[in-house]
Design a binder for this molecule. Structure first.
Ligand code: NAD
Length: 261
């Protein structure tokens, strides 16, 4: 339990990749703050399960990643109730797909706010506390779309490229304080979100499940396999180890070879 006594905040951790990060940190004894939207009873069940796993505290904070004041308050709450934060993961994200001429302005603003600016606000609030502690781990879930583009994803690709630049900048600013700042860039990850798209696509395109998986979803991914949330979370856990202290400012791909092509 190498994270015993440490605290972690994971934004957007009520489902998918974020929840897997929270479980991984808890499995090593960290106290965690989970965040995001969803059914209150489901969230409470996950929170209680994290406490049972870690033997440490788990809090839920409903901070909306479009609201800088709520983000700063979540960091202060963690500091007051759990100490730290020792680890922060900027993970909350949304997607919207449309060509530029049809892209709704409010969707652009929301994606830039949630997928990019929230990471700035998280780091702005947490870095002074990490500098004082002389230890910190900052991880952002970027994407293969922080390295390459796809059509009809202007806001998402812009936000993720921005997150990669922000990661490098804050890595340089914190390098002598025992703090590392890295991005993890997954390809297609098997989450409930992806799974739910399959039956609709099978019907719309008259395809089998295998055809939808390989010819639609995994077209860009050379391994023709989804990344799992556990694989992404395992890398985040590694980045928190002392052995990973020289890895900073990196953008680490977990994308089945997508960005090698
Ligand atoms: P998901 O939809 O399962 O999880 C997104 C989380 O963000 C949820 O907990 C949701 O409640 C939260 N969220 C959304 N808006 C929020 C807001 N305004 N304030 C606070 N929380 C908010 O999706 P996921 O697949 O787990 O994605 C997590 C991250 O991984 C995102 O940044 C996404 O861009 C990135 N990513 C996902 C994939 C993939 O294939 N699934 C690939 C690459 C990168």
């Amino acid at each position: 339990m190498f994270l015993k006594g440490k605290s972690a905040i994971v934004t957007g951790s009520t489902s998918g990749i974020g929840l897997a990060y929270a479980k991984a940190f808890a499995s090593e004894g960290a106290s965690v703050v989970i965040n995001g939207f969803g059914d209150a009873a489901d969230i409470e069940k996950e929170r209680a399960a994290l406490e049972a796993t870690s033997g440490a505290k788990a809090l839920y904070d409903a901070a909306d990643m479009t609201k800088p004041d709520e983000i700063a308050a979540m960091v202060q709450r963690c500091h007051a109730e759990l100490g730290g934060p020792d680890i922060i993961v900027n993970n909350a994200g949304i997607q919207f797909v449309a060509p530029i001429e049809d892209f709704p302005v409010e969707k652009w603003d929301a994606i830039i706010a949630i997928n990019l600016s929230s990471a700035f606000h998280m780091m702005r609030a947490a870095v002074p506390l990490m500098k004082a502690a002389k230890w910190g781990r900052i991880i952002s879930t970027a994407s293969a779309h922080s390295l390459v583009a796809s059509p009809a994803k202007s806001a998402y690709v812009t936000a993720k490229h921005g997150l990669a630049g922000l990661t490098k900048t804050i890595a340089l600013e914190t390098a002598t304080f025992g703090i590392t700042v890295n991005a993890i860039s997954p390809g297609y990850v098997w989450t409930p979100l992806v799974e739910k798209q399959i039956p609709d696509t099978m019907a719309a395109r008259n395809m089998t499940r295998e055809q939808v998986m390989n010819d639609v979803l995994l077209d860009a991914q050379p391994t023709k396999e989804f990344v799992t949330v556990e694989q992404v979370a395992a890398l985040a856990l590694y980045l928190c180890r002392d052995e990973a202290k020289s890895i900073t400012g990196a953008n680490l791909s977990v994308d089945g070879g997508w960005t090698a092509a």
